[in-house]
Design a binder for this molecule. Structure first.
Ligand code: AMP
Length: 303
């Protein structure tokens, strides 16, 4: 931790102590992006919904390695929330986010208001046929349509050469990769590993909702993935048995309610029965009222 903070201070000093810039309009963001492109600069982009934590900051530090100008967006995107979901209560703290982003050398925060992004009579959406029919897409209809739409819009506004996404939202990452291929966005997508709390809980802005007791229960997501990894290392190849063991473990912990525990192909997200190569194990669990997700790649020996 201390080393990371020292590196961040160094980044800030290398940045010439330059102040981070906040842009709120599409027009200005596009003009700035055109200017950077004309002067031969490489633009790196990290989209976020804000309330930044170490997971986001790791993506930004990574982003610094890929180009000259680092842009992040902070926008809680209404179209990716369902009617009963937490759009209104999603945590927001722009000043804190601004300081954190500045400390890791972000050049620009693009932070538009809702009506800037979704004007009157907005009616064009990006939706994928197959990948959203799995995992989170089943219990969050239209979620990935909202994600693909906002990310497309942000790509057209920020005009990045490279964009970084977390493996924590694994389905989102494969959807963005597919969308970029299908719609020929000339953008390199980079996946970055999940950053975890000391007990293994994947960092998330939503962890903030957990009561102290729920927070203790929440480590069961990571524990059940570890349990499966161990069984696979010991030779288990039956996906159903692994899913049952993980589910039983989760159910034994208070405040938990399983949405799904799945083992699937890491590219198509189709279910897998027998583990013959690397597969994705993904889960979504409600802890109290908070829905948490996590995943890992299970690799049988020799793969
Ligand atoms: P969000 O603000 O939740 O939309 O997340 C913005 C980006 O940060 C997405 O690409 C997420 O996958 C990524 N992210 C969120 N949490 C983590 C984490 N714990 N580790 C790595 N990346 C993360």
């Amino acid at each position: 931790m201390t080393i990371t903070i020292l590196l961040d201070i160094q980044t800030y000093l290398f940045n010439g102590g330059r102040k981070i810039e906040v842009i709120t309009t599409i027009d200005e963001m596009q003009k700035r992006a055109d200017g950077w492109r004309q002067s031969g600069k490489t633009i790196v982009f990290v989209p976020t919904m804000g309330f930044l934590h170490e997971g986001h900051l790791a993506l930004m530090r990574r982003g610094r390695e890929y180009g000259d100008i680092l842009v992040i967006s902070i926008f809680v995107n209404p179209t990716q929330f369902g009617p009963q979901e937490d759009f209104e209560t999603y945590p927001r703290d722009f000043e804190r986010d601004r300081r954190l982003a500045e400390s890791v050398g972000v050049d620009v925060i693009f932070a538009p208001q809702n009506d800037e992004m979704y004007g009157e009579r907005f009616q064009t959406y990006v939706s994928l046929e197959e990948l959203p029919q799995h995992l989170c897409g089943l219990s969050r209809p239209n979620h990935f349509r909202g994600v693909a739409t906002i990310v497309s819009k942000l790509f057209n506004i920020v005009k990045p050469h490279v964009s970084i996404f977390g493996e924590k939202d694994y389905q989102q990452l494969v959807i963005i990769r597919q969308m970029v291929r299908d719609l020929n966005f000339d953008i390199r997508i980079v996946g970055a590993p999940t950053v975890r709390e000391p007990d293994g809980l994947a960092m998330s802005s939503r962890n903030n909702y957990l009561s102290p007791e729920e927070r203790r229960s929440a480590s069961v997501l990571f524990q059940s993935l570890k349990l499966a990894q161990k069984s696979v290392a010991e030779g288990e190849r039956d996906a159903r048995k692994l899913i049952n063991a993980a589910s039983a473990h989760i159910k034994s912990v208070p405040h938990t309610q399983i949405d799904y525990v799945t083992i699937c192909d890491p590219e198509t997200l189709d279910d897998v029965d027998q583990i013959g190569g690397p597969v994705l194990m993904a889960l979504a669990v409600k802890v109290g009222k908070t829905r948490l997700i996590d995943n890992t790649i299970l690799k049988p020996k020799g793969n």
